[in-house]
Design a binder for this molecule. Structure first.
Ligand SMILES: O=C([C@H](O)CO)[C@H](O)[C@H](O)COP(=O)(O)O
Length: 210
């Protein structure tokens, strides 16, 4: 099981400062959608240059032109690029084909997918690398989480790695770990803590214990 730090509400210098504190405790650093919107793919490039030992995920949440978007993110240095599960199959297949060409990986974000098990099985068969259940900020504000959805995709996904994101904190991490995803994605549960390093270190410890 691995840990991904999601960076969303910061700019490039702040993002680099945060990662410098926790780089030893994380496996993947995510350049979140708000950063990409505010700063562009330069943020991905800057993070990869500053921390070449970490895998960098570009959370583009691609909905169309999968191949093209994966190509551009790959050029910027992204190791993993997110595509939406609600996209057309052709978008996901285009992203997978381009990622294979570029030696990168595709994560499908299942945010807002209604028929979770059926769609996860379809997407798994398309050869994606990760399938991620996700309660976004707006869902979190309504009190939702994706713990049940993780169990649902684990029942049907045979090839891809499974991941979970959305509002995970130290006190809910044990429940997440119990469901055994391959990857746990945490943003505010680390960056919102007074002692960021201690939070990341403790989460890393629990995750590595599995
Ligand atoms: O993907 C995300 C969200 O849609 C904003 O871009 C977050 O990175 C993801 O939800 C993880 O962050 P936390 O919910 O703060 O853990």
């Amino acid at each position: 099981m691995e840990l991904q730090l999601a960076l969303d509400l910061v700019d490039i210098p702040e993002a680099k400062k945060l990662v410098a504190q926790v780089a030893d405790y994380i496996d993947i650093v995510e350049i979140g959608t708000p950063i990409v919107i505010n700063e562009g793919l330069h943020a991905v490039k800057a993070m990869k240059e500053a921390f070449p030992q970490l895998r960098v995920l570009a959370d583009l949440k691609v909905m169309d032109a999968g191949g093209y978007e994966v190509m551009k993110a790959s050029e910027a240095g992204a190791d993993i690029i997110t595509i939406l599960g609600v996209s057309d199959d052709s978008t996901i297949k285009g992203a997978v084909a381009e990622a294979a060409k570029q030696g990168r990986q595709v994560m499908v974000d299942m945010i807002n997918v209604k028929n979770m098990e059926e769609r996860a099985a379809e997407i798994d068969a398309m050869g994606v690398d990760y399938i991620c259940v996700h309660s976004g900020y707006d869902h979190q504000a309504e009190g939702k989480n994706s713990f049940e959805e993780l169990n649902a995709i684990k029942r049907v996904v045979k090839h891809a790695k499974t991941a979970i994101a959305g509002g995970i904190k130290l006190d809910t991490l044990p429940e997440v770990i119990q469901a055994q995803p391959d990857l746990v994605i945490v943003g505010g549960g680390i960056t919102g803590e007074a002692d960021i390093q201690a939070a990341a270190s403790r989460m890393n410890e629990l995750i590595k214990q599995g």
